[in-house]
Design a protein around this ligand. Structure first.
Ligand code: F6P
Length: 354
């Protein structure tokens, strides 16, 4: 058996742990030959790959990023390198030349959608969900999320001490695209007094009111705001548009916008920190290392059993698998009545609601 592995979309902590687990499990349990495709689906078009064996994956468990490289723009069905033309036949030529029997695709919703299309061309696929955003359908956790939350929590701890010393309002803007998981869980872990997420449009006056209330008691305020959060009646804050990307919008800047709105409404200074790609870099947490290893092992088991067209997923405490078709191109947002949202309200965290 000869299996290809690729990592697609934005990188995240834990990708190397999956590459390691898939490779070692396939070698140890099936005697398979394993090949890493470089830079996501782009490698199928540029014919870039490398053999993966025990030595190639040694020492990468705790390493951030992906040793295979990744690409968040390359969709072979609309290949920017060919002016948006369908280049999937060329990719399949390389698959046949390598002699791949199947592909393990590690990625987010975009990667799953592309993987699903390759299945229709006769390339059996197993998917492994990754993203710091934790917004993939059918899985309660993606690896990378816990590592991002740890970064946010640490940042809020640091912002709290300086904010308290100066009696300021400190805003921390997190990633997460259209989902508020990072801002919510990071905000709760870091003790934020205000948490603003895309799923709950916020009122600037309500946020200002909470800051004033706290200031009246001599307290500073920490605000955790997701990049996709928006005021009632307002739109997304877009930092840039990347025309040839499957999801062209790059969000960012709502924290600075909020600072400008708050400053005239509160009696103290307001500062904003954009956490940015720091949330995506660095070593995975122990939780993510273990989850990524469980996912990788389970993906190899699916390959061994010939159960293709499925993505591994975490449901409850169990690693299960679901049809990729159910996941492709969909997002899992924070339900407005999610248990953590209710806990936040219950302990008096403002979600920016009036
Ligand atoms: O999907 C992961 C993510 O980090 C989002 O949270 C963020 O909006 C986006 O990717 C940033 O993308 P880029 O690396 O292209 O700036």
């Amino acid at each position: 058996m000869h299996i290809g592995i690729l990592t697609g979309g934005g990188d995240c902590p834990g990708l190397n742990a999956v590459i390691r687990a898939v490779t070692l499990s396939l070698i140890n349990e099936c005697g398979a030959k394993v090949t890493g495709i470089e830079r996501g689906f782009l490698g199928l078009l540029t014919r870039s790959s490398r053999p993966l064996d025990t030595a190639a994956v040694a020492g990468i468990l705790a390493e951030g990023g992906t040793i295979l490289g990744t690409h968040n723009k390359c969709d072979p069905f609309h290949y920017f390198g060919a002016g948006g033309a369908d280049s999937s036949a060329a990719a399949m030529d390389y698959v046949r030349e390598l002699g791949l029997d199947a592909l393990v695709a590690i990625g987010g919703d975009g990667t799953m959608a592309i993987a699903h299309k390759f299945e229709a061309l006769g390339l059996p696929v197993v998917g492994v969900p990754k993203t710091i955003d934790n917004d993939l359908f059918c899985t309660e956790r993606t690896f990378g999320f816990d590592s991002a939350v740890a970064v946010v929590a640490d940042a809020l701890d640091r912002l709290a001490t300086t904010g308290r010393s100066h009696g300021r309002v400190m805003i921390a803007e997190t990633m997460g695209r259209y989902a508020g998981w990072i801002a919510l869980e990071g905000g709760m872990a870091g003790g934020a007094e205000v948490i603003l997420i895309p799923e709950i449009p916020f009122s600037v006056e309500a946020v200002a009111g909470r800051c004033r209330e706290r200031a009246a008691h001599g307290l500073s305020t920490i605000i955790s705001i997701a990049e996709g959060a928006a005021p009632e009646g307002g739109g997304l804050t877009v930092q840039r548009t990347i025309a040839d990307s499957p999801d062209p919008l790059r969000l960012g800047g709502v924290g600075n916008w909020l600072q400008q709105q708050l400053e005239p409404l509160v009696d103290c200074e307001v500062r904003t920190t954009l956490l940015g790609h720091i949330q995506r870099g660095g070593s995975p947490t122990p939780f993510d290392r273990v989850l990524a290893t469980r996912f990788g092992y389970h993906a190899a088991q699916l390959v061994e059993a010939g159960q293709y067209g499925r993505m591994v997923a975490l449901q409850g405490d169990a690693v299960v698998s679901v049809p990729i078709s159910e996941v492709a191109g969909k997002n899992r947002l924070v339900p407005r009545d999610h248990e953590l949202v209710r806990a936040a309200r219950g302990i008096g965290v403002s979600l920016g609601e009036k």
